[in-house]
Write a protein of this length. Sequence first.
Length: 371
Amino acid sequence: MTEFQADLGEGQFYAVLKTRVEGYFKEHQLDPRVHPAMFVKSAVILLGLALSWYAAFFALEGCLLATLLAAVLLGVCKAEVGVSIMHDANHGAYSNSTAFARVMGATLDLAGASSFMWRQQHVVGHHAFTNVEGLDPDIRVSEADVRRVTGGQPWHWWHSAQHLYLGLLYGLLAAKSTYLDDFAALRSGAIGAVTLARFTPQERWVFWGGKALYAAYMLLLPALLSPHPWARLLCVWALTDAVTGWVLAFMFQVAHVVDDVAFPRREPGSGQVAMGWAAAQMAGSADFCHGSWFWTHFSGGLNYQVVHHLFPGICHCHYPALAPIVLRTAAEHGVPYVVYPTFASAVAAHFRQLRKVGAGRLGVPSLATVG
């Protein structure tokens, strides 16, 4: 089993940080898992999902532009279920009620993808081995993949143009996850290096019931009852999934696949990662737009990705208050903390990374210099 090497300095940093974060919640008498804004936000997103679905498929027959705008909103709402509601719920950062958190975590199944598969890939794999080549399933590639994320992954001639075509292909990610990846993982029993846990009876019901429900309301009902002609209906489906894919892809890619973060590798022989766990979370993650109310809520707190990776069990609505504590503690202990001032600068850093590793076999170093 791969392990992270212990580091005394990092241990001091993380111990001090945890004490300060715990002190913040005690001082303000707050529950780290719960935030009232999260419940309001969830209601708005789910209501938006229902209304935009009805508008896109049924209510706007006479206006093509309005129909397409409703499809865009539907795609955004589907993505918001992912980055906001289910993300916190499946991390145990939504409610102190386990049953309620499970229900809210299953909203991902309502949006088409499997919450079970997401927990295996994201919680079990990605958070344990963030950006570790060969272990983090979020950066896995096949032998002849369309993308190359790190300098140690297979290189092909087409990767030299990946910074040009991947932005467009990201629009396929939501449909790929819903209709292909979940079933491929079920068939193989693994997601990259992560071996799937056994379904509980409840998880099996949610997986198959969620797929059936999504197919019924997103595909079958519009196909049977929508007044739109087939050409327009196909446009609505395609645009909805593309917008969902783009929002999800860019929210997650700018957090880890940028040219200012590290991609740790296992040491030959020992199999260990040459840094401690907390240091790996800091080195492999990047923030953007600190202090922005809009980006905090639109990204589901992913603009505070470092805070999230250090404290995944805390509701993202608390992150803006915690980030200054993490910044101060990191500066005191000499721990790098990457923060992009704008979303545009974070996106630019993502495409710089794609261009660098796509340029040739050597790509970039496995441990990038961050500062």
